[in-house]
Design a protein around this ligand. Structure first.
Ligand code: ZN
Ligand code: ZN
Length: 287
């Protein structure tokens, strides 16, 4: 596996490259702008070159941009949906300009106000279909782009959709140009939504293979979990000290179906923790 982490872009996007080298990573994930802003200014030539030049001197990659948490393409409100797609398209433009392979995003939320409608199948599927429609629109508006749109499975907090493999498949089925998309599995989110990596590792991947298909998997977010299996609570923990445990991460590192993929840490503690975590993962892969 190619190991990296979600590194900081404080002070400029190019700083992500330095951080990745600092923690001795093979790759990295980053935000492409301030996460509290809806829309950022388009990137200047200088900013693009400042990022690409130092990157070219490294072997880092494949890279991933994590999309803004503000974007909800699952919203039933048409104005909000439109605004979300505009912001999504803008992030996709930045991703392509920077030569980053993947734009990873959380599918969205159905936002139904009634609590007992949280897991209503129709309500959830309608949101998944709105997301697919806006993804198709975005793909239509960006002909020839090389970067892929990557659906990340959600933990299932609030009215988040895209939790179970079937829900991810529901989106994929409605995408016109399937070559333009991929899937990223967050180990903590899947644990929180009920996939037992600890006791059922191979079977979960078998299910993923059957329902989604390994050909869509482009990467992993490697996180241990503060919250319980099936809790639907999104709380990342450092590898080996959470509920999933060290042995589970050895399974990830030695699984043949994952060996060619990049994996990005989103664990607490920053670079000081990521450097040793990456080193431990490399050891686990060899044991
Ligand atoms: Zn994640
Ligand atoms: Zn998360």
């Amino acid at each position: 596996m190619k190991l990296g982490a979600h590194v900081s872009v404080a002070g400029g996007l190019h700083n992500a490259v330095s951080w990745a080298l600092e923690i001795e990573a093979d790759t990295f994930q980053m935000f492409s702008k301030n996460q509290r802003q809806w829309i950022a200014k388009p990137l200047t030539e200088e900013e693009i070159t400042a990022f690409r030049k130092p990157l070219e001197k490294t072997k880092l990659g494949p890279l991933m941009i994590h999309g803004s948490y503000l974007i909800n393409m699952g919203s039933p409100d048409e104005t909000k949906g439109k605004r979300a797609q505009t912001a999504f398209l803008e992030e996709y433009n930045r991703c392509e300009d920077l030569g980053v392979e993947y734009l990873n995003f959380h599918p969205g939320s159905h936002t139904h106000p009634k609590k007992d409608m949280r897991d209503d199948k129709v309500v959830r599927e309608e949101a998944l279909e709105r997301i697919a429609t806006l993804m198709n629109k975005t793909i239509d508006e960006t002909k020839g782009y090389k970067s892929k749109l990557v659906i990340e499975n959600a933990a299932g907090q609030g009215t988040n959709v895209g939790i179970k493999f079937e829900e991810i498949r529901h989106i994929i089925d409605r995408i016109d140009d399937k070559k333009r998309i991929g899937v990223c599995i967050d180990t903590q989110h899947s644990w929180a939504s009920g996939y037992d990596w600890r006791n059922n590792f191979s079977n979960v991947w078998d299910d993923f293979e059957d329902i989604v298909g390994m050909e869509y998997l482009v990467g992993l977010h490697l996180n241990d979990s503060k919250s319980d299996l099936g809790s639907r609570v999104d709380r990342h923990e450092n590898l080996g000290v959470g509920k999933m445990g060290k042995r589970t991460f050895k399974s990830f590192m030695t699984e043949d179906r994952l060996k060619h993929l990049p994996a990005y840490l989103e664990t607490p503690g920053g670079p000081e923790m990521w450097k040793p975590e990456i080193a431990v993962l490399r050891k686990l892969a060899e044991e």
